[in-house]
Every structure is written in structure tokens, then in C-alpha cells.
Write a protein that binds this ligand. Sequence first.
Ligand code: FES
Ligand SMILES: [Fe+2]
Length: 475
Amino acid sequence: MATEDRDACPHDEGEQPSVGAGNFEISDRAEQIIQRHGEALKDGRLPAKVYNDEEIHQAELRRIFGQNWVFIGHETEIPEPGDYSQRYIGKDPFIFVRGEDDEIRVLFDSCTHHGSKLCRAEQGNSSHFRCPYHGWTFKNTGDLAGIPLKHQAFDNLDPSEWGMSAAPRVENYKGMVFASLAEDGPSLEEYLGDFKWYLDIHLDIAKGGMEVIGEPHRWRADSDWKSGSDNFSADSYHTGVAHRSVFEVGFGSEEISGTAGQETQRHVTHIDSGSTSLRLLKPEDEIYFGYPKEYVDTSKLSDAQADVAAACGAATATVFPNLSFIHLAATNDPDKDLDGFLSLRQWQPAGPGEMEAWSWVLAPAAASDEYKQRAYDVALGTFSPSGNFEQDDFAVWDGIADAAGSVYAEQSNFEMNYQMGLEQASSASIDEDFQGPGVAWDTNLEEGTCRTFHGNWHKAMSGEDVGMSYPEDHL
Ligand code: FES
Ligand SMILES: [Fe+2]
């Protein structure tokens, strides 16, 4: 675990795997920014500069995205041999592909001849990838299958030495495929750690599991990728303000989505690579994120997990570095009931203060086609580039990147406040009765979840734990 005092965690059990840290050399200036970040974060302050800086961006690509497990896609996106889709680790292009042998691979999208990009379509089905430059052709397993004029031009070349490169490590957790550019490090399950307790609720809630509906939405924004990870990790303090208009027109329920100070919320931090926010009603309400009862199946969950699922109408979460979740009961029509969907979102670093957001919609695999369409429509109306909630969030995140990239922010070392929940700064207290792993707070007036994300960022960028601890009277 990267942040805060592990000894102080009531649910702490055993040694925690660490977020990986890279050792890519950076300038003294960038090292100073990272060092100041660690010192400030102990006091709940965050230097704005880290949200928009070229050197920090380059270091993030290497020290964070080059070292840790990064989400690639869900196996239901490529169900047939030959199905493929373009994906990215940081800014590096990969092909997420199911080979003729049914194995899922994450292949580096570069021809081994002179390096051209092989994959020109966002997704599709193909037995081979043929390079548009000189025509070298690779099977969808990555093997080199054909070279134009081979016997005249490359008579001694051994094709087995020149197959496509692949991400060094690829692992699948319940259909979610991750890859790591680091040859060594914790396994995916070790990396997810206790967060699996929450992930299992999202993935095992429905009969037959969850399946991706349609293609992921993708859009560019002048916002830093960390704004998405920070917000979903979980800032529900903003919900009643930034999303006020959504509630006013009846596209969501304030009781379910949550507003500042609401005591039905649990903010959970200290869960290895992640943190989460759960808006909990009473278990007897059996809301299950808005899914019709006939699609719900809690047989794979523990009693405690099933109780959380029954009571939960909205949950957000972030797995470091850039994968977030929202599982939500909402509507795209005030005259219709709330319906459930799960959105996976990935905040791709596109440049300093710039991101490309990706959003996948998932619904119960066993649901009717009509329900899947309904879930997709609700997601489109709420969390997508045209979604009401989504647009509210990006409107404010753009401003953070603007400020962070300013000369003034750099010269004055402008810092943002992340102190809620520190040093008796809020009324939030730990819910000792909460059954899940991590530290659960009894309201959302607590930003340990966000500090966990930024602590993980600091660990990955510097190799050092920030070592924040909770005040005595909160334990
Ligand atoms: S770069 Fe691909 S065939 Fe030459
Ligand atoms: Fe939001």
C-alpha cells in the first residue's frame, strides 16, 4: 500500500503489495516538483503543477504507465478468434487480439521490419495483419507469416525471430484483461489485492457475469488524466453542486447518487491499488445498482458482499493508475424508472493537461437484448461524451488543467486543498461495523480516497510512501 500509516488500519492484514515505481531519469526541476508533492500531500495539500507539466507527463509515462498493471479491455469485446481492437498503455499502441488459437494477446502495434503501425482500423476481425509499408504479414498470434520476395531479399532470415512483440505480462481477472510493461512485479491479483472484494461485487452481481455492450466511447479533453482518477476514487462531495441540474431535471436520484454530507455513503480507502465510494441504502431495499431482480445472482458473493450489493444504488472506484468504475441506477428519461449499468472508464494520458477518455458500458450478460439496449441508452445519457453527468465533470476538470499549466501556478507554487478528513477537518468517522476491507468512513465528507490515489501517484513517481496517518481520534 502506498499511502498513510498501515499500522493504523483496522482492516489491515499482512504485507501489502506496492504500486511499482520506475527509475527513469528526470531533471532536478521535475524531481523537486515530485518531492514537494510528497511533502504537501502529508498535510493534505496538492501542488497544482503536477496536473499540467511536460516533464511530469513524460515521467508519468515511464514511471507509472511503464511499470504498473494497466487495463486493456474486457474479453467479451473480442469473443471470436481474429477479433481485435486498438488499445494503449500510456500512449503506446497495442493490439488487443484473440488469436486463431483462442488465446488473448496484447501485441505491440509496430512492424518488426521498419516499424510502421500495422493496425489501421479501430477494431475488426482478421486472421492476419499486413503491414502497409512493405507488406510483411503477421498472423493474429503475432507470428511472422509472409515477407514479399523473401528468398531474393531475406534468404537467411528466420521468421521465428521476427514475430510481433508483445506486452511482457498479460493477465485476466474475471474477464478484465490487464497488461504490464514491467517484466517483473506483483501479479495482477496481488496488485488488485483487497480491492478484489469490491471488484467481485461489480463483476459477479449478475447471472452469467457482465458483458460489454458496443464499442467504448472515446473522446479528447483538455483535462489531465489524474482528474478522472481522483474524482472517481471517490469525490462525491461535488455531486450535488456540479451535477445539480441533472437532479433538477430528474435524470438521477440525489438519494442514490449522493450529495455532500449524506450519511448513507461509505468512502473506503486503503484498499491496495484502489479506493471506492459506495452509496448504501438499507439491504432490505434490494436495489442492486438498479438491475431487475431476474438478472441478479449473489451466489458467488459472500453474505457481506451481497448485503453491500443489495443496498448499493451507486458506486464509484479507481484502480491505480487510470481505471475507474461507476455502477449506477439512473435514467435518461424522467418518465422512466431507474435502470442499472456499469461503466468502466479509462483516463488515457494524451499530453500534459490533456487526456483521451474511454468509457465501456457493461450490462448483465444474461439480460434481454431490450434491457441491454436500455442500459446502453441510460449510460449514453449520463456517463458518455454526450452524458449529462459526464459533461458537468469535464467542464470543471478543464479549468484545473488550465490553472495547473499557468505561469502563476508554477511561480507561486499554487496548491490545492485536499484536507477534508485530516486533523479533525470533518465530522467523518470510521465505520467499524463495515464488513469490507479497507477503512470505511461513515459519510463522504472525507478525502482519504483521493489522497490514496495521489499517494499511489507519489509512490510510483518517487518510490517513497507519503506515510500519511489518520488522527488518533479518528481511529
Ligand atoms: S515497415 Fe512493415 S513491411 Fe516494412
Ligand atoms: Fe461527477
